[in-house]
Design a protein around this ligand. Structure first.
Ligand SMILES: [Zn+2]
Length: 184
């Protein structure tokens, strides 16, 4: 466990049965723990309210997520501040058996565990808040870049996001585009 994720530990053993509340402010420091090749955001400002209900057999976690993420627009690749807001439920059953093939919503907590770290849930749920397409509102795009991008999209169907390490070589057309953006 990384040091700066320890504050997302909840020691549930000492908690009374019933509802408990937690608040987290999520920003760049948090996201740096999870960055990988597929990350579409590395910065943002997100409030997470967690309501934890403990019973003798399980924990029911309700995450309420509200805030903004700093992303790139899919159309013009200029910076875009994306508003996100959603709620997610996660059920953690006390059990030594994994719930294979069952709902993602249900996971197992080994009977010997006494605490749970909720940072992975928070990261995954923030990810689920992202729409399939992230763009500026009508007319808000950087037209100069947009024209070049749409030309590019017409010529072939590119993979916009590298799926593997092998595709790290930047397409020369994208390099030109980035240069052009930097000059602006
Ligand atoms: Zn745009």
């Amino acid at each position: 466990m990384k040091e700066n994720l320890k504050k997302y530990n909840i020691s549930f053993v000492g908690l009374k049965e019933g509802i408990h509340g937690y608040s987290y402010k999520i920003g760049k420091e948090f996201f740096t723990n999870f960055i990988n090749a597929d990350s579409v955001f590395e910065d943002g400002n997100v409030d997470v309210e967690l309501q934890l209900e403990k019973s003798s057999t399980m924990l029911v976690l309700m995450f309420s997520i509200n805030g903004t993420l700093n992303v790139e627009c899919d159309v013009c690749i200029d910076p875009l501040v994306l508003n996100i807001s959603n709620e997610f439920r996660q059920i953690c059953k006390f059990s030594d058996e994994a719930f294979i093939g069952s709902d993602d919503e249900v996971t197992a907590i080994p009977l010997s565990d006494y605490e749970i770290n909720v940072s992975r849930f928070i990261y995954e749920f923030i990810h689920l808040c992202i729409p399939a397409k992230m763009t500026h509102e009508d007319g808000g795009c950087n037209d100069k870049v947009k024209d070049i991008v749409s030309q590019y999209l017409l010529t072939e169907k590119p993979e916009l996001e590298p799926q593997s390490k092998e595709s790290e070589d930047v397409d020369p057309r994208w390099a030109t585009l980035k240069e052009l953006k930097n000059k602006n």
